[in-house]
Design a protein around this ligand. Structure first.
Ligand SMILES: C[S@@+](CC[C@H](N)C(=O)[O-])C[C@H]1O[C@@H](n2cnc3c(N)ncnc32)[C@H](O)[C@@H]1O
Ligand code: SF4
Ligand code: SF4
Length: 339
């Protein structure tokens, strides 16, 4: 009887998930077909809720907002802020703990993953990977974490030290422990730039044996020339060469490799010529406030949250979407590659 009940509950969950995805795809279709005449209203909940749980970080990656800070950040989200936020996200398929800070430095991360699993099917964290010892891995596994995205920006020790200041060898060891000790899926996120793209070609071969599910390449956001790193997408020949190389590796190693919008756009493969983020992802900062954008959250007006459903289609969100639909990108979007 109990088993039958669970089976029905799981089927319901999966159906709701599929419906949500379908309605979101319809919204994308509307945007594609109606262009500037599309409505700013979103018919369902966001595809994903992202929450910044802390602004504290142990690293100083040269291209991250953390390295621009004048003072060391110390904020952690309060329990009485994050718990209602998670509860009000019930119905959303996925919740991701990520922001400008190191997620695993949040003191209550294990408890909050466990709490989220009661309401949301897919719970994930993004981390620099430096705190993934066996004890943390086991705790996250037992709490029910669905997936973990680990940032690695080089394919050899030197490049990893130069970009993030982390040891590649140590991170690979942690990934191996995650796949051996838990059911957590592992994604690797890499920033692709002129300086590291040759080194990154080594990553698929290193990640396959330790059991990584997906490797995603993202473009470098903002202007970071002074740090000695440059965007690769300006050099379309190198991007094409990189995509071709990764296509071969994807087939050869049977590893899931993904390249983000901008890298694809520069190769004329992008379907949409506008930013879709504020139509699909709800982003909350460490104070529990909704931002209109997932990138430059610090520069945007924030909305006090009553409930996710109300805030998602609030006047502020809809005005912001209207600007994107009309291609009137606000100042805060100017440096962003997604526009
Ligand atoms: C801000 S970090 C926070 C989570 C964690 N500290 C980490 O490094 O994974 C989230 C993601 O943003 C990426 N990131 C940081 N600065 C970026 C930039 N200027 N352009 C693109 N991605 C960036 C990081 O590499 C990481 O994958
Ligand atoms: S570890 Fe993450 S949050 Fe910290 S500086 Fe690097 S990219 Fe930024
Ligand atoms: S274009 Fe603007 S709204 Fe879209 S991701 Fe970039 S900064 Fe955010």
């Amino acid at each position: 009887m109990e088993r039958r009940k669970n089976k029905i509950a799981n089927k319901r969950k999966s159906l709701r998930q599929k419906m949500n995805e379908f309605v979101l795809d319809l919204k994308y279709l509307e945007l594609k077909l109606l262009g500037k005449y599309a409505t700013t209203y979103c018919y369902f909940l966001p595809r994903e809720v992202q929450i910044e749980v802390t602004t504290i970080c142990n690293l100083m990656c040269s291209w991250c907002e953390v390295s621009k800070r004048k003072v060391k950040a110390t904020q952690q989200i309060e329990m009485d802020v994050i718990k209602p936020l998670i509860k009000s996200s019930k119905g959303v398929n996925s919740i991701r703990f990520v922001g400008v800070g190191e997620t695993l430095l949040y003191k209550d991360i294990v408890e909050i993953v466990k709490f989220s699993k009661k309401y949301i099917p897919n719970v994930s964290v993004v981390t620099n990977g430096t705190f993934l010892d066996k004890s943390m891995i086991k705790q996250l596994g037992e709490a029910g974490l669905s997936s973990i995205a680990i940032s690695i920006d080089g394919g050899d020790e030197d490049m990893c030290i130069r970009t993030k200041g982390e040891s590649l060898h140590k991170v690979l060891e942690s990934i191996k422990n995650i796949t051996e000790l838990t059911n957590i899926k592992v994604d690797v996120w890499s920033i692709l730039c002129k300086e590291n793209f040759e080194s990154l070609k080594k990553l698929p071969g290193l990640l396959k044996p330790v059991g990584v599910d997906r490797l995603s390449f993202h473009h470098l956001e903002g202007s970071y020339e002074t740090t000695g790193f440059h965007r690769l997408e300006e050099d379309s020949q190198s991007v094409k060469e990189f995509i071709d190389y990764m296509t071969i590796k994807r087939n050869e190693l049977k590893i899931n490799i993904y390249l983000d919008y901008l890298l694809i756009k520069k190769n004329n493969l992008r379907i949409f010529d506008m930013c879709l983020h504020p139509f699909s992802v709800a982003v909350f900062n460490v104070n529990g406030l909704l931002s209109q954008c997932c990138m430059l959250r610090s520069g945007l007006k924030e909305i006090d949250i009553l409930s996710l459903r109300q805030a998602w289609n609030s006047k502020e969100m809809r005005n912001f979407r209207l600007n994107l639909i009309k291609k009137r990108y606000p100042q805060s979007c100017q440096a962003c590659g997604y526009k």
